[in-house]
Design a protein. Sequence first.
Length: 240
Amino acid sequence: MKYEKAYTVGTREMGKKNKLTNYGILAFLEDVASNHSDDVGYGVKDIYTKKRAWLLLDWRLEVNSRPPFGEKILVKTWATEIEKDFVHNVYRDFEIVDDKNNLVATATSKWVFFNLETNRISKVDDSVISLYNPEGKPKFEINKIKPCENYERVYEYTVKRADIDVNNHLHNLDYINIAYEALPEEIYNGEELNNVHIMYKHQVRLNQKVKCFYSFENNRHNIAIKSNDGKTLNAIVQLW
């Protein structure tokens, strides 16, 4: 079952040349996914009554064009296949089209269902799955990313109160902003890269210090976000 919502590119979603950024796109995708889940009864407003929350594991985004400030877009989302293994990995796809119905971006995301009472990932009941009416296969195959062994740059960051989300950890969208700070100056100041893969591994909490390790391998910009001691991998961001 597809869910749709119209948006207008605003100042918060635009960047260079007043065009839609990767952060802005992911913000729209997050919002439409949250609205879809709210509609079926398992959204943000239901977390504390049902003691369940959706946790994001991966984003895979591909951008075809970047609408400018003020342009209207339509964001579509739907649940896709369910992996019925020990834990259910749930996939959600997205499409963004502009006001002329041109494809702006496509994305696949990977989620798990978290039980707040047991503090563990749990299987998704068939009754919940049926509410989303999954259809089709995910647009992108999401494979695990391994951190690179050699790094060219390191950026350090301390998580602030403003970075914390409703689940009391670093907001998913903030990872890409932190990763951008580790990019070389010429890449950061260049055109936005049109392919993004973010893999989340361990949550980051308030006042935690992290280090972003940057490398360029296989024609991709890799940023591994790790604990301050370098022992825990929190996330990997790939851009190309």
